[in-house]
Design a protein around this ligand. Structure first.
Ligand SMILES: [Mg+2]
Length: 481
């Protein structure tokens, strides 16, 4: 525990949804939900306008649709999110060599390791400047928490949301945490919270008052001891830069134990993709794939498989993870799943070329993964008809005559496109047949204005916008990337 709040936690505000609102002027100020759009899809991010209706991350999209039928429901565009994430992570790495990304839009930074004076005024100034720099570089807002421990920095950024900064001064953490619900503490899921509630423990203060012995009696040795330390605000986990790490792993605890075998498998695939995303973000590859399964009764086991050589190929990691899952009995219900890669190596030159070659492939795979729920929807009569051309909502498109736009929806052999760009006014909607030869998938456009110096108006008068010109314009934007 540090004497100054030199651990920074950054979390972008409603990241995917905010990026979509920045990209699509007609959605600004409106409810937007990004996630799986099919019948079994799950919400990835809801804009603040959608949260007012009770829509939350990880909620089934079908439930979100009932709560907020008028929101725009969009498939994720990971290529764009990763571009923005790279910009944000670069700003963080300018602050300190110790940056620990948790996801595309979230990271811990050890400011002390970056030479920032260990004083509240200094770290606060760094945090405020970071927020301004992120806004200037990406057009999006992020919230910053500053504290003397990771757990507290994360609680602080949550309290700062949206678009804010909160400092927890060392020495004040117990007072601050005391009245918070016990669920605020990391590792306290619904089951633990319920056990504690039955023992009359609702808040962090009550958890601390219960004492270590009582918590161990209720929750077992490891969990009880850990929870007691956290209730006192004690957390001395260091910020670990991914390039120094020996492994990269991700895990998820589920609100309800998973019993459906297919669901468990899909979660493992999703975690494998996330894990590879972090591995690649760190420019690493690894040789051993590990899965972790915690059962309904808290028994936890890991299985691992060592590959012939290091990999960062999502397909290889996915397949290994699924093979490992098949050796585990999950019929009683699964509470937590994790996927990791260990035995990390830095890329050799050859690996780097191989990586560039497979980059495109991996992105297509991510897009396919994101579109999976939509594929399930293909069985419905109104869903997409053409298999090779799937106009899922949110997709970037270019029309020979009307220029850049995005798919608002499709069905019954038609696709509706809104023609607007991040730097235009809200645009008009037009409908085409799904096989219209003038319409093709496009690339994500940069969120902050046109990439060139051309002074051409965003929406050209039709008379000066022949098809050929529109096409070459889009071609330029693609080559610039
Ligand atoms: Mg976030």
């Amino acid at each position: 525990m540090r004497r100054a709040p030199t651990i920074l936690h950054l979390d972008m505000d409603a990241f995917y949804a905010a990026a979509e609102q920045a990209a699509k002027p007609s959605l600004r100020g409106k409810p937007v939900v990004v996630g799986g759009i099919g019948p079994r899809g799950v919400v990835a991010t809801a804009s603040y306008e959608a949260r007012v209706f009770g829509v939350r991350s990880a909620m089934p999209t079908a439930q979100a649709r009932r709560l907020c039928p008028n929101a725009a429901y969009l498939s994720p565009r990971f290529t764009l999110y990763r571009q923005v994430s790279d910009t944000v992570m670069e700003l963080l790495r300018a602050l300190s060599p110790l940056v620990e990304p948790l996801s595309l839009d979230e990271a811990f930074v050890d400011l002390e390791a970056g030479g920032v004076p260990a004083e509240t005024a200094a770290v606060r100034a760094v945090g405020e400047r970071l927020r301004r720099d992120i806004k200037a570089a990406t057009g999006l807002t992020g919230s910053v928490g500053l504290a003397g421990a990771k757990m507290l920095a994360k609680i602080a950024s949550e309290a700062a949301k949206p678009d804010g900064l909160v400092v927890i001064e060392p020495g004040t953490e117990r007072e601050l945490l005391g009245p918070m619900p016990v669920r605020t503490l990391p590792g306290v899921g619904p089951a633990t919270a319920e056990t504690l509630r039955r023992a009359g423990i609702h808040t962090v203060a009550e958890t601390a008052e219960a004492g270590e012995a009582e918590l161990v009696r209720l929750l077992g040795k490891a969990h009880g001891t850990g929870l007691y330390a956290m209730a006192l605000g004690q957390d001395d986990r260091p910020v670990v830069a991914e390039r120094d790490a020996k492994s990269v792993s991700v895990e998820d605890t589920f609100e309800v134990d998973l019993t459906d075998r297919t669901r468990v498998r899909n979660e493992v695939l999703r975690l494998a993709d996330r894990c590879v995303g972090r591995l690649r973000a760190a420019g690493r590859s690894g040789r051993t794939v590990v899965i972790k399964v915690r059962n309904y009764d808290f028994s936890t086991l890991t299985r691992s498989e060592t590959l012939r050589g290091p990999t960062d190929d999502p397909t290889v990691v996915r397949e290994a993870a699924v093979r490992l899952l098949e050796t585990v009995d999950t019929t009683g219900g699964v509470r937590l799943l994790g996927v990791g890669v260990t035995g990390l190596a830095d890329f050799t030159q050859e690996d780097l070329f191989a990586q560039l070659a497979t980059e495109r492939e991996a992105e297509e795979q991510a897009a396919r993964g994101a579109a999976e729920p939509a594929e399930e929807a293909a069985g419905e009569p109104e869903a997409g008809v053409e298999l090779p051309r799937r106009w899922y909502p949110g997709l970037d498109v270019v029309h020979e005559e009307f220029g850049a736009g995005w798919v608002q929806g499709s069905g019954l052999g038609r696709v509706t496109v809104r023609f607007e760009t991040p730097w235009s006014a809200p645009g008009r909607v037009r409908t085409f047949t799904v096989d219209d030869p003038a319409l093709r998938p496009g690339e994500p456009l940069p969120l902050l204005g046109r990439p060139d110096q051309s002074s051409a108006p965003a929406i050209r008068p039709k008379s000066v916008s022949p098809a050929g010109e529109a096409e070459s314009e889009a071609g330029e934007e693609i080559s610039r990337r």
